[in-house]
Write a protein that binds this ligand. Sequence first.
Ligand SMILES: [Zn+2]
Length: 164
Amino acid sequence: MSNQQRFRYQDFTDPKTQLVTADNNQNAHDIYCPQLSCGCLLLRTSFGTLVERPKDKTASPPNDEKSDPNGTTNSKENINWNNTNGESTSQSNVEYWQLTDMMAFENIGFSKTIEETGLKYICCADCNVGPLGYHDTKAQEKEYLIAVNRVSYDVSSLISENIV
Ligand SMILES: [Zn+2]
C-alpha cells in the first residue's frame, strides 16, 4: 500500500486529460484522502463526473473550531489547498467530481448542515480532514461534490505508461 503513488491535482501537467476519461468525463483514477498519513479510499474510478460549480460554496468553509462546535472534528494537519501557483484563486468556478448517490462513495464523512447556507461539508471518513467538497441540501439537483484539487489520486497506471 505504501508503494502506491499518490498525486495531487496540481502535480499533473495536463489534469484535464490525465484525470478525466476521454469518453464520458469521469474520474480516471481512484480518489483518496489528501493526507498521506491517512490515505483513505474515498471514491473509485469512474464514479464521479467532472462538473463546474461556483467557487463561493467552499470559499469560506467552517474551518474554525470555535465557530463550529457541532461540526466535524478539525484536522490537526494544515493542508494548503492552493499551494500551486495561485491560479485557482482567481477562478470564479471550481471543478468538482459530481456524484448523485452518496452510496457511490467508498468512504466519506459529512458535517452537520450549516443552517444559513443549507450546505453539508464533505470530509474524510477516517481522519475528518476537510472540507473536500459539499452537498447543498437546498439545491434542486441532488448532488455530492468533491473538489478536484482537494483530494489525491492513485496514478500508478499512469506511471507505468510514463505519462506523469
Ligand atoms: Zn483521511
